[in-house]
Write a protein that binds this ligand. Structure first.
Ligand code: IMP
Ligand code: MG
Length: 181
């Protein structure tokens, strides 16, 4: 059972739901009269994205991009690679990049520059979690769900070695899980 590998729950299903609804309400307000395009950074943000768009009441479109910057470990390799690009043009669009967690900042600073070069009307960053203590690139999110300490978290889309994404809450893994690899 996945549950047995979790040391502590950080954010319950209800806490996530409430915070996601607050972010969606803020987006509704900020983009009133516009039609933003939400770009989910796969795979970690797929659950957050699905819940977020269902709480947004404005017309909006979605697209997906996949990047890899991590191996199967718990620290970034620093190299960002696009493994799946967008399907749509973003020229003239109001873009909201949806991420699971802003850690070193490598992924979002790279994506931000890449997207800006495609001439969108605007680009904002929305991250469910922020770990500011680990930042090596100057990136700040426009929308942040929760700020977390320097702990490796899983669930609600976030993985360790591709597992635990399906937990409905966010929790901290037991160190024994990485020790056994
Ligand atoms: P950054 O490029 O270092 O900011 O890393 C961002 C990516 O690293 C996120 O999109 C996650 O996929 C992954 N990541 C960073 N910290 C964690 C964590 O605590 N749990 C799971 N994935 C993480
Ligand atoms: Mg990710």
């Amino acid at each position: 059972m996945l549950e047995q590998d979790i040391e502590r729950v950080l954010f319950t299903e209800q806490e996530l739901k409430d915070r996601v609804a607050e972010i969606a309400a803020q987006i509704d307000k900020d983009y009133a009269g516009k039609e933003p395009m939400l770009i989910s950074v796969l795979r970690g943000s797929f659950i957050f994205m699905a819940d977020l768009v269902r709480s947004i009441t404005l017309p909006c479109t979605v697209d997906f991009m996949a990047v890899s910057s991590y191996g199967s470990g718990t620290t970034s390799s620093g190299q960002v690679k696009i493994t799946k690009d967008l399907s749509e043009s973003i020229e003239g669009r109001d873009i909201i990049v949806v991420e699971d967690i802003l850690d070193s900042g490598n992924t979002l600073s790279y994506l931000f520059q890449l997207l800006q070069a495609r001439h969108p009307a605007s680009v904002r960053l929305c991250t469910l979690l922020d770990k500011p203590s680990r930042r090596t690139k100057a990136v700040t999110a426009d929308y942040t769900g929760f700020t977390v300490d320097d702990l490796f978290v899983v669930g609600y889309g976030l993985d360790y070695a591709e597992k635990y994404r399906n937990l409905p809450y966010i929790g901290i893994l037991k160190p024994a899980v990485y020790e056994k690899g």
